[in-house]
Ligand binder design. Structure first.
Ligand code: PMP
Length: 404
């Protein structure tokens, strides 16, 4: 086998090697059943117990209160773009049966291509109207998704009694992220919301890499696991229990009928086993969670947050050095940069290809930016070690010195 590459890909992305080795054993023999994890019934007591363990680890690590259910489903973040709208519209119908669709307002904060897609899906589904709370392109000199609007700019216009308030914590393609510590000018403006706001957070690309600020104030948090936690297939939902509603009753009262598999009620009533779940993805995610617990205990999220801060600071420092010498150019405003995905340009004709070729020659992979934005994207999920980051940073500095 060739040496494993340093995989800086944006997702699916690197997983801890020790977990992959353990998973190899589980593929042949899951928990001494003599049956592999991809072969065993999802209704076997061994698997059901395992699933409960995964839920309990997520609950402990993210400190999820009992007011919220943890549900497992499939379809990734994209399916949740639709599911959150349908479930939250049903809830709104339950609470306010007599309103017209134009009175059912869905608030969207647009800071990048993923929240933009989510907004488009809400518009497409109908049943309510979309209010754009803030669009970061308006605060960009180039009209790009290159910033998180600052509270100081009076950028956020929330509506009264909305069906939901949507934001994406980390924009994986554009490389901008709401600041992780509350009260920062570019953190999510929680202070502008009433206590029981129906807040929905897409945490796909930073899930399990830091504590979620004000988790208890969210109606729904969701994430596909394929960045920090496991292989693609599993979507984790954290749903406040008042958002698990009788969707059929709501449909009788005029709400859009909801496909059974996307209704949170179905998932909750069947302990996330209404249909066959993505067993392999659940299994490997569970192994990663166990490893987090073993390594850092129940405060692992704080530890990973500190690691992410230090890894990304190293890359941003090298980027700054390159900017000073005219070799690199950040694609985002310097107070809005993501700790998970750092995106930048390499200045000059043919220089991007030269930079990427250099990474490949050093066995570093997955560094090309998303096709819609180009440039370089460095993804720094949990499985990327500090020494791997150092390898990349050494190369970035070597490149800068050679070019300037
Ligand atoms: N939201 C974010 C922030 C993402 O990064 C992604 C995928 N990279 C999605 C949503 C869509 O997820 P999926 O591909 O799992 O549907």
């Amino acid at each position: 086998m060739p040496a494993r590459a340093l995989n800086f890909g944006a997702g699916p992305s690197a997983l801890p090697e020790s977990v992959l080795r353990q998973a190899g054993e589980g593929l042949l023999n899951f928990q001494d059943t003599g049956i592999g994890i991809a072969e065993i019934s999802h209704r076997s007591k061994e698997f059901k117990t395992y699933l409960q363990g995964v839920e309990s680890d997520i609950r402990k690590l993210l400190k999820v209160p009992n007011s919220h259910a943890i549900l497992f489903t499939q379809g990734g973040g994209s399916a949740q773009f639709s599911a959150v709208v349908l479930n939250m519209l049903a809830r709104h119908h339950e609470r306010y049966p007599a309103l017209e669709p134009e009175q059912r307002v869905m608030d969207y904060v647009i800071t990048g291509s993923w929240s933009d897609k989510a907004t488009k899906e809400a518009r497409r589904l109908g049943g309510g109207t979309v209010n754009v709370v803030a669009d970061s392109r308006k605060f960009s000199a180039q009209g790009k998704f290159d910033n998180i609007p600052s509270h100081k700019n009076d950028a956020y216009k929330f509506s009264k009694n909305p069906v939901l308030i949507y934001y994406c914590a980390n924009e994986t393609v554009d490389g901008v992220e709401f600041a992780r510590e509350e009260g920062n000018e570019t953190s999510f403006p929680f202070h502008l919301l009433p206590e029981d706001s129906p807040l929905v957070g897409d945490y796909s690309s930073s899930f399990m890499s830091h504590p979620i600020p004000r988790l208890q104030n969210h109606a729904i948090i969701y994430a596909g696991v394929q960045k920090n936690l496991g292989p693609a297939g599993l979507t984790v939902l954290i749903v406040r229990k008042d958002c698990i509603v009788d969707v059929d009753k709501a449909a009788q009262n005029g709400a859009i009928p909801i496909p059974l598999c996307t209704a949170y009620r179905t998932l909750a009533d069947h302990q996330s086993l209404y249909n066959t779940p993505p067993v392999l993805s659940i299994y490997i995610s569970g192994l990663v969670l166990r490893q987090m617990m073993l390594e850092f205990g129940e405060d692992a999220m704080e530890k990973y947050a500190a690691l992410s801060a230090s890894k990304s600071a190293k890359v941003y420092d090298a980027l700054k050095r390159g900017e000073q010498k005219g070799v690199f150019k950040s694609k985002v405003r310097n107070d809005s940069g993501s700790q998970m995905n750092v995106v930048f340009d390499v200045v000059g004709e043919g220089k991007l290809d030269q930079f990427i070729a250099g990474t490949e020659a050093r066995n570093m992979k997955g560094l090309r930016g998303h096709r819609s934005v180009g440039g370089v994207r460095v993804s720094l999920y949990n499985a990327i070690s500090e020494s791997q980051v150092q390898t990349l940073v050494d190369y970035m500095i070597e490149f800068v010195e050679a070019e300037s």
